[in-house]
Design a protein around this ligand. Structure first.
Ligand code: CTP
Length: 432
């Protein structure tokens, strides 16, 4: 086995204890996968996975607190203090005849067999404090070459699990790597298999790509033929731009937008239709198709619909925009408009939107009234003075709010009540 002993990984105590206890019982055990990759890259791993020759039953006997997370696939979660670790038995995956789940997995006593079935060389390294890094497929070399490269035959790896094609794009985007030639070629050849993969798994990789430091990598997914299958609207919008001889701006716009999922999804899809309303409706369909959560879908749709809403560069203008768009998305709306202006090279508009952002911060910090919550009068106050209850209370509050948005100095309860009574009188509804 080739070993790279020079590198020391500072693994958490809990993981170390698990390795020691498994070793003491005569089993092999290593930390493996993403945490070894991230450690070599100087990134703090999100989680620490362990691979072992012990079968799940043996793992469960050795630890007091365990959860059967994926016992059929050999995974037991071991709880150590406040942390949890996935401990998986060395595994040889069977065929993924549906491209989704291995038909069956068999366990093996051989670490190399387990590493061989993994997707990319950078994800196929293991580590033990006494042995250093076990790197049979030159994952460390590919890290230094900055390459996403399949372990062994890429056609086999992608046939086993078609999602790996999207994972290749996602790792390239997250790490700033290239995709190895043969790996990319295999993905191009097998791109249609992505259609077998569940919408949730595809969406997860798509979103990870979009919120990465290099979201323009979505163009690699197009180049490989993946977006044509999972997001044909994106390819169509590209083709439309080409037919019109226009520059295709989304990759640039994505780079200018802060890395949050709602915003970047909105930037990606904002021109999928011929108008904001049409694009909003396309985004709604796509996010339903990708089984997105409702919160994300609704926010993306609202942003796209409002994308052209002109925000005036004044406190009243910003208050008005906050009232119309909603305080939950105004920051994103400003960012969306700014990314479009920046990608189009419109510096004046970019600066104007920066200033609008500043004004909005001030409006928020000062707690200026931009919605009914901020109004010094509420529905109960109206009812106590004999107005309503009924639709009229809402109507009058809305009118008052619109007045306060223009002139916050009027936001005083007695004054508002006076105005409300006048309004009600003019509507001849008092006491009804
Ligand atoms: N793996 C694989 N094929 C997949 C998914 C995962 O071979 N389709 C293997 C890889 O060795 C990977 C490990 O399982 O490193 C863990 O997978 P996962 O947790 O999805 O990814 P990480 O590599 O840990 O990266 P991240 O947590 O950043 O997503």
């Amino acid at each position: 086995m080739s070993q790279e002993n020079k590198f020391l990984i500072n693994i958490p105590q809990g993981a170390e204890k698990i390795l020691e206890r498994l070793n003491a019982a005569g089993h092999e055990a290593y930390i493996v996968g993403g945490c070894v990759r991230d450690s070599l890259l100087g990134i703090t791993p999100k989680d620490w996975d362990i691979t072992t020759s012990a079968d799940p039953g043996e793992v469960k006997k050795l630890f007091r607190r365990t959860v059967d997370t994926g016992i059929r696939h050999g995974t037991v979660t071991v709880l150590m203090g406040k942390e949890s670790y996935e401990v998986t038995t060395y595994r040889v995956d069977g065929n993924y005849s549906d491209g989704r789940h291995p038909d069956r997995v068999s366990f093996t006593g051989d670490l190399t067999e387990d590493l061989k079935r993994r997707d990319f060389t950078i994800n196929a390294m293991s580590y033990h404090p006494d042995q250093g890094i076990i790197d049979e497929f030159d994952g460390a070399g590919d890290i230094s070459r900055r390459l996403v490269k399949c372990v062994g035959d890429p056609l086999e790896r992608f046939t086993e699990d078609a999602l790996r094609m999207m994972r290749a794009v996602r790792f390239a985007a997250q790490l700033g790597f290239d995709i190895d030639g043969a790996t990319a070629e295999a993905a191009r050849q097998l791109a249609d298999r992505i259609e077998y993969v569940s919408a949730e798994r595809i969406r997860e990789e798509l979103v990870k790509t979009l919120v990465s430091p290099d979201p323009a990598r979505i163009m690699t997914a197009m180049d490989l033929g993946l977006t044509a299958r999972i997001l044909p609207e994106f390819d169509r919008s590209y083709e439309r731009a080409m037919e019109k001889g226009e520059a295709f701006l989304p990759p640039l716009e994505l780079g200018f937008a802060p890395a949050n999922a709602v915003l970047r999804l909105a930037v990606l899809m904002r021109n999928f239709g011929e108008s904001p309303a049409e694009s909003a409706s396309a985004a709604d369909d796509i996010l339903k198709r990708l089984k997105s959560d409702n919160h994300t879908r609704e926010h993306v749709v609202r942003l796209i619909r409002l994308q052209g809403h002109e925000i005036e560069e004044s406190e009243a203008g910003v208050r008005r925009a906050a009232y119309i768009a909603g305080t939950d998305i105004l920051d994103e709306l400003i960012s969306l408009q700014k990314s479009a202006a920046a990608a189009a090279g419109n510096e004046t508009e970019t600066l104007r939107l920066d200033s609008i952002g500043e004004i909005y911060r001030k409006v928020t910090e000062e707690g200026q009234c931009v919605n009914l919550k901020g109004l010094a009068l509420n529905g109960n106050d109206l009812i106590s003075s004999g107005i309503g209850p009924g639709p009229v209370t809402g109507e009058i509050l809305k009118e008052l709010l619109e007045e306060i948005i223009e002139d916050p100095s009027l936001n005083r309860k007695e004054l508002l009540l006076e105005k409300a009574l006048k309004n009600a009188e003019s509507k001849r509804i008092i006491g009804k």
